[in-house]
Ligand binder design. Structure first.
Ligand SMILES: CC(C)CCC[C@@H](C)[C@H]1CC[C@H]2[C@@H]3CC=C4C[C@@H](O[C@@H]5O[C@H](CO)[C@@H](O)[C@H](O)[C@H]5O)CC[C@]4(C)[C@H]3CC[C@]12C
Length: 858
């Protein structure tokens, strides 16, 4: 047993028996031995986990939901936007997804499997396609000495292949958007390192949109003789759904040459009635590297012909011409093989790619045809797979240089803990694998088409959307709503810091919906009341369901009527100023200003006693949508004061003295009311209702301060919350919600009673929300509690990535024991606010925006 790896640093490497470290593997990231298995298997939160009191409280909701679910799934034959009755079972298998932003994703597992598919936008198919493999063939002196599928599986199909690779000799290492698989080939003195690269590059709006992934195979020959090495990449035509056998799919070999660079491979044309696409597997031809192929084979049979073909000479037969279209019930696959000679004690590289071209997409309703972002560079005819493959294989080195230039300053900072470096980059997987879609605005589209019937009067809407397209990502893979806004508030830090133009574009889309309405009546499931889908002058909950027609029909969420939610409007105002502060985009600020005023006007009606502070409505009227709030509250009241403060600041920047005066008056009154009604000497009470749990300690009580601090609006004339109160509240949260919960090892519980027992008054007060914990950690860092901030966030990372096996599917929530809720969720992207807080402390954050010339005070 070599076990040369430090197991404290890599707790998931205990079973590693190899000695190889691989070639060029990053020093930081998430590392796991392929033989590892996670001991704790959690369950999705289900009806059985609901305490009797909550059962009684939610019985009406349960009945209404059940009725709605039956209608949706059994009568309309559609899937539910949240399926509480059929949760996706937890599989502890996922690794880095392949693909850029918004062109679809194919996730590989950490054991190398192709297992999670999101080619139809926002709609996931979970299933490992067994034919999708890399196989290695080694030949010495003209004889094949070793041929092995690089998979631990022993499937019932393709039994003519040599399966069952020993996982103790391989490990996986992820540092998104790259990942490495290191295979020691037992007894062969050959080490293979497969580096997987996707084009996810901050501030890049071209290559980051491409639906491609590259696999660079580094082959190390430690023998005293030369070895001929072949890597075969096999792929099924389709995603492993029943559609693969629907007939009419076909494959064809291709070569593509440009600027003296040549790639060769096979195109797999997949031809369903809706959203047809072409997959391409390919390799780069260069001196000393030969590329061969099998155009079509049966992946459901024994696979002997392909196996023998490779075994014979380390090459594939390479027939010319295309395959015939498949019959109904028939499935087809193809393979590409790259081969080279590696000298004794030498090293060689083989470069392969997977590209997919689904240029035009329909959502579930099939009403509108959308054209993906990458088509502006590669065309929308559906013939781009060869050029995409060539582009990927000739540009990945440049992508890696850019990725390293972005990541290295953080990775090389010895002050930062290793787990944080892994968390920061790996959590970014959701930017592409959040059901993400990035589409073009049609060229014939005019401002009126985009602004909706009410005409939003946004002067730069059209140029922004024309230049940068439209972007949407899901609340979660299991919560199928695009751009859920109360949650995006947390995640938006990743977007504004890395792809600011996409955040600006998303905000324009929200602004349009604000001024528009949808008067269609419907019943809301939580309260049972009937109200219209979307009211004018309020921010929607979400931009729609990809199973329907997003952008066109917003507010897929029908648990509550969110026109009465207290946080959505405020979160719009807070993001507008934050975005302006970080981008200095004054045109954006000017366009958003009337919208901010409109939503704040709507919000003012929630200040029923005119004390300058809004009140919650006695139901779960904010992002904690199953945790009731009465009267003034730390969470919404704090967000309100922060938004009022930002209204003053924006009015100042824009020279709008009247509005500035108005909100200054509200701010002064509201601050006084907030302190009087909620401050208890140690922290801000959950709410002012005086109920049994109104003195609960909410981990998110400083959310307003979090945003103010991120925008440098937390001191001097802009000090909204007294510094001493914020520090005392954060210390209390650290002591109670973090250290007194699960021994301080699982992050912060949402609600804690002052006596150190979690608040079980609602299903959500008793949960840890990973994204909230990362934002809390950022707030702590902003306030100088750096160690506490890292300790708080570390609990979540270690729980999710190291203990529960939920890598690349970080859930919204977990409890101390047994259950989790909503896998692969948007909110944890808030970890990027920790990075912003660290950069601000180090003096690297952008300078505050200057006043635009035309808007300077008179
Ligand atoms: C009689 C039955 C056996 C008792 C059943 C009780 C259940 C009906 C409820 C118990 C737990 C409830 C769910 C808790 C969370 C939910 C999430 C929510 O959607 C999104 O949640 C985010 C918070 O996590 C929020 O920020 C986003 O804006 C929301 O889009 C939808 C409701 C629910 C699923 C909730 C439903 C009812 C229970 C299952």
């Amino acid at each position: 047993m070599a076990a040369a790896v430090e197991t404290v640093e890599w707790p998931l490497m205990r079973r590693y028996e190899g000695a190889a470290q691989g070639r060029g593997v990053a020093a930081d990231g998430w590392r796991v031995c392929l033989a590892h298995s996670f001991e704790e298997l959690r369950q999705p939160y289900g009806a059985g986990d609901v305490p009797l009191r909550d059962v009684l409280r939610h019985v009406g909701l349960a009945l209404r939901y059940f009725r709605w679910w039956v209608k949706k799934t059994c009568i309309e034959k559609k899937t539910a936007f949240i399926d509480l009755l059929c949760a996706v079972p937890l599989q502890q298998i996922y690794g880095c997804p392949l693909g850029g932003i918004g062109g679809g994703t194919i996730t590989r597992g950490w054991r190398g499997e192709f297992c999670r598919w999101q080619l139809n936008p926002g709609l996931y198919h979970y299933g490992t396609v067994i034919a999708n493999q890399f196989t290695v063939c080694l030949r010495c002196k003209g004889q094949t000495i070793y041929q092995q599928v690089l998979s631990m599986e022993r499937p019932s199909s393709l039994q003519g292949w040599n399966w069952g690779y020993c996982g103790h000799y391989a490990f996986y290492h992820a540092l998104y958007p790259r990942a490495w698989l290191v295979y020691e080939l037992p007894g062969q003195q050959v080490v293979l390192t497969c580096r997987q690269v996707s084009p996810v590059i901050p501030h890049d709006y071209k290559d980051s949109s491409l639906p491609v992934g590259v696999f660079i195979w580094e082959v190390e020959n430690r023998r005293d003789e030369d070895v001929e090495v072949s890597i075969m990449f096999s792929l099924q035509n389709g995603m492993g759904t029943k559609e693969d056998g629907s007939g009419g799919h076909w494959n064809e070999p291709f070569t593509f040459q440009k600027d003296g660079e040549r790639v060769a491979g096979v195109l797999l044309h997949h031809c369903p009635a809706v959203n047809p696409f072409t997959l391409a597997i390919s390799a780069r031809e260069k001196a000393g590297t030969g590329v061969t192929h099998v155009t079509a084979f049966n992946p459901t049979g024994l696979g002997r012909e392909v196996w023998q073909d490779l075994l014979q000479d380390g090459r594939l037969d390479s027939p010319a011409g295309k395959s015939r279209p498949t019959e109904k019930g028939e499935v087809t696959a193809a393979a590409v093989c790259a081969s080279c000679r590696v000298p004794a004690h030498g090293h060689k590289t083989l470069e392969m790619a997977l590209a997919w071209d689904m240029p035009c997409v329909h959502f579930g309703s099939k009403e509108k045809l959308h054209v993906r972002r990458y088509t502006r560079f590669f065309g929308s005819k559906g013939d781009a797979a060869p050029t995409l493959s060539h582009y990927a294989l000739t540009h990945y080195e440049e992508w890696e240089r850019k990725i390293e230039a972005w990541q290295n300053p953080i990775l090389e900072n010895s002050q930062l803990p290793a787990w944080y470096k892994s968390a920061l980059f790996n959590e970014l997987y959701f930017m592409t694998d959040g059901g993400t879609i990035w589409v073009e605005v049609p060229p014939d589209c005019c401002a009126e088409d985009l602004q909706g019937p009410a005409g939003a009067g946004l002067s730069h809407l059209l140029p922004v959307l024309r230049e940068y397209g439209r972007f949407a990502y899901l609340e979660g893979q299991e919560y199928r709503m695009y751009n859920t806004y109360d949650v995006h508030f947390y995640a938006s830090f990743a977007l504004i810091m890395l792809w600011p133009k996409l955040q600006i574009s998303l905000q324009y889309d929200i602004a349009v919906t604000v001024v528009n309405e949808d008067v269609q009546p419907r019943q809301y499931l939580m309260g049972g009341q009937t109200a219209q889908v979307k009211m004018k002058n309020v921010v929607p909950h979400d931009i729609g369901d990809p199973g329907d027609e997003p952008w066109q029909r917003v507010n897929a969420y029908l648990m509550h009527d969110t026109a009465d939610w207290k946080d959505l409007n405020l979160k719009f105002v807070l993001q507008v100023y934050r975005d302006y502060y970080l981008t200095h985009d004054s045109l954006y600020l000017q366009d958003m200003w009337p919208v901010c005023q409109a939503v704040m006007e709507s919000e003012l009606k929630f200040d029923t006693d005119n004390d300058g502070l809004i009140e919650n409505g006695g139901f779960a009227d904010q992002t904690y949508d199953a945790w009731v709030v009465h009267g003034a509250s730390a969470y919404c009241g704090g967000l309100w004061l922060a938004a009022v403060c930002m209204m003053c600041k924006m009015a100042e920047v824009l020279g709008d003295t009247e509005i500035r005066q108005k909100y200054l008056g509200i701010l002064n009154k509201g601050k006084e009311a907030f302190e009087r009604m909620l401050w208890n000497g140690k922290y801000y009470n959950y709410d002012s209702s005086g109920s049994d749990t109104s003195s609960s300690i909410m981990s998110d009580q400083c959310a307003g301060q979090w945003f103010l601090g991120a925008c440098g609006l937390d001191q001097g004339e802009f000090e909204v919350f007294p510094k001493s109160h914020i520090l005392s509240a954060l210390r209390t949260i650290f002591e109670k919600n973090v250290l007194s919960f699960a021994g301080g090892t699982m992050g912060a519980v949402n609600g804690m009673r002052p006596d150190g027992v979690p608040d079980t008054s609602s299903v959500q007060s008793n949960e840890v929300w990973v994204g909230v914990v990362y934002s809390l950690a950022a707030t702590m860092i902003q306030e100088g509690m750096v160690e506490e901030g890292f300790r708080t966030a570390e609990g979540c990372y270690r729980t999710v990535w190291e203990r529960l096996g939920m890598a690349f599917q970080t859930p919204e929530a977990y409890r101390e024991k047994k259950v989790y809720r909503s896998l692969a969720y948007m909110r944890p992207l808030s970890i990027w606010s920790m990075q912003l807080a660290l950069e601000r402390r180090a003096g690297q954050a952008p300078a505050p925006a200057q006043l635009p010339q035309s808007y300077t005070h008179p």
